[in-house]
Design a binder for this molecule. Sequence first.
Ligand SMILES: N[C@@H](CCC(=O)N[C@@H](CS)C(=O)NCC(=O)O)C(=O)O
Length: 201
Amino acid sequence: MKLYYKPGACSLAPHIVAREAGVAIDLVPVDLARKEMQDGGDYTAVNPNGYVPALDIGEGPVLTEASVVVQYIADAGPQSGLMPPAGETARYRAQQWLAFVATELHKGFSPFFKPNTPEATKTAQREHLTRRLGFLDAALADRTYLMGETFTAPDAYAFTVLRWAPAAGLDVSTFPNVARFMAAVSARPAVKAALAEEGIA
Ligand SMILES: N[C@@H](CCC(=O)N[C@@H](CS)C(=O)NCC(=O)O)C(=O)O
């Protein structure tokens, strides 16, 4: 499997999941501004949407959408327990978290990385994210990770996007349970290794 990525971008989530699951992947860096790979190849020929993550699974077009890519990799290493088995209620709970991270958090942060986002939009997004961080903080009050005491794929995705809080002018330390979650995920050897490999440790 080949994972197209940019250091610190949302592609960090599938990278962490691969390391946690012991699934071998080749990392292919992408220059998102130029939509180019290091060999000068056109990235939009790989992913017409021009974004990461994209996973070459050896059949058909690349698999995209972080919330799905993490599931594919987790299922390639089922012994890791990074996604509960399909059909179990817990699988839907994990998918609920993945969808929450994708739509309520990830896309809430995106405007802060676009050069032409108006200040009023940023203010509105900051308020939105603050409300969602409050929800997350309450959800994490009695647990280490989103699904309980076991680290799962949604944790990798949530950790990845919450790392962007400073870029949005948000301080997660004002949400003590979220801060504890970030510390717990940061301390995991696979997470440290992924950050080091992306050069952002
Ligand atoms: N819908 C995609 C969005 C992925 C996304 O926003 N990727 C960002 C990095 S975190 C990106 O590549 N942005 C560059 C661009 O859209 O041109 C997903 O859920 O995976």
